[in-house]
Design a binder for this molecule. Structure first.
Ligand SMILES: Nc1ncnc2c1ncn2[C@@H]1O[C@H](COP(=O)(O)OP(=O)(O)OP(=O)(O)O)[C@@H](O)[C@H]1O
Ligand code: SF4
Ligand SMILES: [Mg+2]
Length: 329
């Protein structure tokens, strides 16, 4: 038995681009390449990394919105890697995803009441029975209270709400079926900073009340720092470092984490200002990742060994794991 609610083991997702008849033939894009991580029940694991490093693809593989190319996904101790849609259906209520832009996932012609209760009408209740109207209405009221939406607004349409309120509608929909895990993919990124703080507080409050586990994906490190118990850092399809959030932010072991953090303004008064580390060059293409350590083309600490030998993710002390031959102490 494992304590982890969700686990990825050596998980990969490759996209094939172009066809047999395209110039140069088909190409393989390694969006996620050999990721292992575990999310413990009740915790929030933050997932950070530059645009295109594979965060969303990983999130979608973990909730099995994508078929995976290799490795394994386990949810609640069960191997769900190769389950088909039929076998996944009873699990879907417990594995939810909240996206960045609620406007694109909320049907503009439907009222809030219908949007929030849709999952309750699509998925049967316990024992496979359809839910009655009274039960659905009671649950709608509970959900609106939980996410802080006024009941008198249940007949409104999405465009009549602000961005933050629309995200509350999206969260209520995700909560409707009592999930144990929510993958929040850039769920506050489109909001103003003050509204971001309110939605982050809502996520944390829901965790306290309902015990939900989160995988919280964001490119904004300060957002991840506010909400996550632990943080994982991705670079070019791989996890390069994981650790307790405060340890990782204070003492990053991996040179890439260090560079990412050096670009973030200090969060607390008295916290030492970091020397800005400007990485040279662009992120290499996932169509043709560098050999050895994938970060070697940009790493200020790279040595000969790094060009040849891929570093494994290993324990580097203080609860940190890093994929680097020469981690910071
Ligand atoms: N459906 C797809 N088909 C082909 N390539 C894809 C697909 N989805 C993502 N990719 C590619 O996979 C890589 C990882 O993309 P992904 O969206 O997972 O990154 P991300 O870390 O979420 O980025 P962002 O911070 O911009 O959201 C990118 O190179 C992207 O172009
Ligand atoms: S293995 Fe080498 S190139 Fe890679 S991060 Fe560590 S020092 Fe840099
Ligand atoms: Mg993304």
């Amino acid at each position: 038995m494992t304590a982890a609610l969700l686990e990825a083991e050596n998980l990969s997702k490759h996209f094939t681009l172009g066809g047999r008849f395209s110039p140069g033939g088909p190409q393989v894009l390694r969006a996620v390449d050999g990721v292992s991580l575990a999310v413990a029940r009740g915790e929030t694991l933050g997932l950070v990394g530059e645009s295109g490093c594979g965060k969303s693809t990983l999130g979608r593989c973990l909730v099995r919105l994508y078929d995976v190319s290799g490795g394994a996904v386990r949810f609640e101790g069960r191997d769900i890697t190769h389950l088909g849609e039929g076998a996944l259906r009873p699990l879907r209520p417990r594995l939810q995803m909240v996206f960045q832009d609620p406007s694109s996932s909320l049907n503009p012609r439907r009222r809030v009441a219908d949007l929030i209760t849709e999952p309750l009408r699509v998925h049967p209740g316990p024992g496979g029975r359809a839910r009655g109207r009274g039960e659905i209405r009671d649950r709608l009221h509970d959900l609106m209270d939980l996410v802080g939406l006024a009941r008198e607004h249940l007949d409104r349409y999405p465009h009549e709400f602000s961005g933050g309120q629309r995200q509350r509608i999206g969260i209520a929909r995700a909560l409707a079926l009592e999930p144990s895990l929510i993958v929040a993919d850039e769920s506050v990124s489109a909001l103003d900073v003050s509204v971001q703080a309110q939605i982050i507080n809502l996520f944390m409050d829901l965790q306290d009340r309902l015990g939900i586990t989160y995988l919280f994906i964001a490119h904004d490190l300060s957002v991840v720092r506010q909400i996550s118990t632990r943080t994982a850092v991705m670079y070019l399809g791989s996890v390069v470092e994981t650790g307790d959030t405060e340890t990782l932010f204070h003492r990053p072991a991996h040179p890439y984490t260090e560079a990412l953090l050096s670009a973030v303004p200090v969060a607390h008064a008295g916290e030492a200002r970091r020397r800005r580390i400007v990485l040279k060059g662009d992120v290499p293409s996932p169509l043709n990742p560098p050999p050895g350590c994938r970060f070697h083309t940009r790493c200020p600490k790279a040595q000969e060994r790094c060009r040849i030998e891929p570093p494994a993710l290993r324990d580097v002390g203080d609860g940190r794991m890093a994929a680097c031959h020469f981690p910071n102490e």
